[in-house]
Design a protein around this ligand. Structure first.
Ligand SMILES: NC(=O)C1=CN([C@@H]2O[C@H](COP(=O)(O)OP(=O)(O)OC[C@H]3O[C@@H](n4cnc5c(N)ncnc54)[C@H](O)[C@@H]3O)[C@@H](O)[C@H]2O)C=CC1
Ligand SMILES: O=C([O-])CC(=O)C(=O)O
Length: 280
């Protein structure tokens, strides 16, 4: 970050761009449009620019500039990544090369782009991972400053929210006729993401928060008995043992994603400039 960038971080408004215009991107764009202290929305990126412009004009009364993911870093200090996971590198590399900030939602894709963290370390860029659909990453990170003995996460999802996952297709599971819960995965978080690239970012975020994705143990259930994306996390460590559960209400437009996730991004954005930061 050069001195003019540093000045902007201190005094001027931070410029924010949003890459991906779906279940997470739209509410985040709306919140930035409605106003977050110290932040200014400068651009968005969508697969279908025309549709995004129509949506913004209808819903917000103006269309913010739309541009390709790889160019968002040219017009923003902070770029929110909420696009399909295979596009994380394309969006993040130029932002990090410029020493800027990526707020990453496709956390699982950090594992298949292992150059991004060293790139950020070299340039002074930063990758911020909101807690997203999860909870308690602050406590897991604190416990990791001591000795963690185990971290487990058991995920139960309504069958509908697992539709399209490669693992479900490989199992030949008919999600429409499930009567009983079916376990679709058991193993380390690091191995789950290739089978569920759009469903288990939370397990990778949990792993990265403390015990490592290879030691963080995950079970995934397609459960016709739940209507919410449910994650139950248990941690044992030399400072504390804790168990946490979250039941996320799926977003209608994209039931793979819960309502809390865009709110978590908005909260992360607010904390970029807030004078008081809780749970930092
Ligand atoms: N960390 C977390 O807790 C969570 C992470 N996620 C992840 O966040 C990411 C975004 O999730 P959602 O908003 O729910 O997905 P979504 O599928 O609703 O939205 C993604 C958007 O990106 C757009 N897109 C596709 N190709 C593009 C391109 N070349 N350029 C620009 N935009 C393009 C799509 O048209 C779509 O509108 C996904 O990777 C998802 O797995 C989702 C939920 C929770
Ligand atoms: O909403 C959820 O359960 C989490 C999710 O999709 C993800 O981690 O990608």
């Amino acid at each position: 970050m050069d001195s003019s960038e540093a000045e902007r971080m201190r005094g001027e408004r931070l410029r924010v761009a949003v890459g991906g215009f779906g279940a997470i991107g739209k509410p985040v764009v709306r919140a930035l449009h409605e106003g977050i202290d110290g932040l200014e929305l400068t651009a968005v990126s969508a697969r279908d620019t025309g549709r995004a412009e129509t949506w913004m004009t209808r819903e917000l009364g103006r269309a913010y500039p739309a541009m390709p993911l790889a160019r968002l870093g040219e017009v923003a200090d902070v770029v929110v990544e909420c696009a399909p996971p295979q596009l994380l590198g394309e969006l993040a590399r130029p932002v990090l090369e410029a020493g800027k900030v990526v707020v990453a939602l496709s956390v699982g894709a950090l594992l298949s782009n292992p150059d991004l963290v060293p790139l950020a370390a070299r340039t002074g860029g930063r990758i911020l991972v909101p807690s997203g659909a999860l909870l308690g990453l602050d406590a897991v990170q604190a416990a990791a400053q001591g000795e963690i003995e185990s971290v487990t996460i058991v995920t139960r999802k309504p069958p509908e929210s697992l539709r399209g996952a490669p693992a479900i297709e490989a199992m030949g599971l008919d999600l429409d006729t499930l009567r009983e819960p079916v376990r679709c995965f058991a193993g380390p978080a690091s191995e789950a993401i290739s089978s569920f690239p759009a469903n288990l970012n939370v397990a990778v975020a949990l792993g990265l928060a403390g015990f490592g994705t290879e030691r963080t143990m995950l079970e995934v259930w397609a459960d016709p008995g739940v209507s919410r994306n449910t994650h139950r996390i248990s941690v044992t460590s030399d400072s504390s043992n804790f168990t946490m559960q979250i039941e996320g209400i799926p977003i209608e437009e994209n039931p793979r994603t819960g309502r809390l996730t865009p709110l978590s991004v908005i909260s992360t954005l607010k904390r970029l400039t807030a004078p008081l930061v809780i749970g930092a």
